[in-house]
Ligand binder design. Structure first.
Ligand SMILES: NC(=O)c1ccc[n+]([C@@H]2O[C@H](COP(=O)([O-])OP(=O)(O)OC[C@H]3O[C@@H](n4cnc5c(N)ncnc54)[C@H](O)[C@@H]3O)[C@@H](O)[C@H]2O)c1
Length: 312
């Protein structure tokens, strides 16, 4: 199905960012959110993101004026060819919402949840009509800039719905991946959690400061990870022998390192050390300025990647 109108159910942080992404791709968007003042906040968030979207590139006909708003999820869903749900991250809320969405949407319309951690099988259990079109379409914040979307089918999700979601996200310039199992945190957040576990452990063990660990990533492997994933980096590290050579050569030491990785708990002492370490690292820098500079660089990086033939 060609998607011309997308519904956004829930217009908070993620819903508003999706709105900018969808509108920039020339879609008609109908958003819904029952919170007082939600429409004004959404329109402001889209207006704030629009200069960035113009730099990233607008599809023909793209306009913030193509955003409509209602407080009624059934009305939004009934008008849409694709539904992206961004309500509160609590299963009872998702159940109430998905029962409404399932009743209101045409049978072939995909109902994608942005949920960061809930199982799609649990969400789709609220859908009596067509649970086979329910799945997770988990974006990475902010979805108007970050291309990754994790598509996770539940036990009752059809291959047709998975294919439709992958095709929709690809068509709007996203980089979806399809997961083969439902796990808390999907894939990208689990990978982050694995790194954070060791980072927290290194601070706990006094091996390095918060600032040095941030430097170790931001001025080291993080630069490569924005271009190639961890496996492709290992492949290139192996020279002509590729990852097979890397694993013969560096695999055994890597296994030794795995055996010494930490398993910290978030004790009050460790939390205090992390918070104090972050204050040292920030100094008198304004986090809002830092975030704006990060987003500006991210826009340039995305444009530079899009201009290559191999790093897209
Ligand atoms: N914030 C992130 O970094 C992030 C990243 C990826 C995915 N997510 C996921 O996106 C979803 C939304 O997260 P968020 O950070 O935008 O939360 P948020 O609190 O900013 O927004 C949730 C919105 O849902 C609205 N809402 C409540 N009941 C509703 C209803 N019945 N119908 C429609 N809207 C309703 C609220 O008024 C609110 O505006 C969650 O499932 C979360 O796990 C969040």
């Amino acid at each position: 199905m060609t998607v011309r109108t997308a519904a956004l159910v829930g217009a908070g942080v993620i819903g508003a960012s999706w709105a900018a992404a969808f509108l920039a791709q020339g879609l008609d968007v109908i958003a819904c959110d029952p919170a007082p003042g939600a429409e004004a906040r959404l329109r402001q968030a889209v207006a704030d993101a629009w200069p960035t979207m113009e730099r990233v590139g607008l599809a023909p006909g793209a306009s913030p004026d193509r955003l409509a708003f209602t407080t009624d999820p059934a009305q939004a869903t009934g008008m849409a060819d694709f539904v992206q749900e961004n309500g509160p991250e609590r299963l009872p809320d998702k159940h109430r919402l998905f029962a409404v969405l399932d009743a209101a949407a045409a049978p072939e319309v995909v109902l994608a949840s942005s949920s960061s951690g809930l199982r799609p099988s649990d969400i789709q259990s609220a859908c009596r009509h067509h649970p086979e079109r329910v799945l997770i379409g988990h974006p990475f914040n902010p979805p108007h800039l970050i291309p990754l979307v994790e598509v996770v089918p539940g036990e009752r999700t059809s291959e047709k719905a998975v294919a439709a979601a992958l095709s929709f996200y690809t068509g709007i310039g996203k980089r979806p991946i399809r997961l083969r199992a439902e796990l808390p945190g999907h894939v990208a957040n689990r990978l982050q959690a694995a790194l954070w576990r060791e980072a927290y452990s290194l601070v706990e063990r006094g091996v390095a400061t918060v600032e040095d660990i941030d430097a170790a990533i931001a001025h080291g492997p993080g630069l490569r990870w924005a271009l190639l994933g961890p496996f492709a980096c290992q492949h290139l590290s192996g020279g002509p022998g590729g990852i097979a050579h890397t694993l013969r050569h560096l695999g055994p030491p890597m296994e030794d390192w795995w055996r010494t990785l930490g398993d910290p708990g978030l004790t009050p002492e460790l939390t205090e050390r992390i918070v104090a370490g972050m204050a040292d690292e920030m100094g008198d820098r304004d986090p809002a300025v830092l975030a704006a500079e990060r987003d500006e660089l991210l826009t340039l990086l995305l444009a530079a990647k899009a201009a290559t033939t191999t790093l897209q």
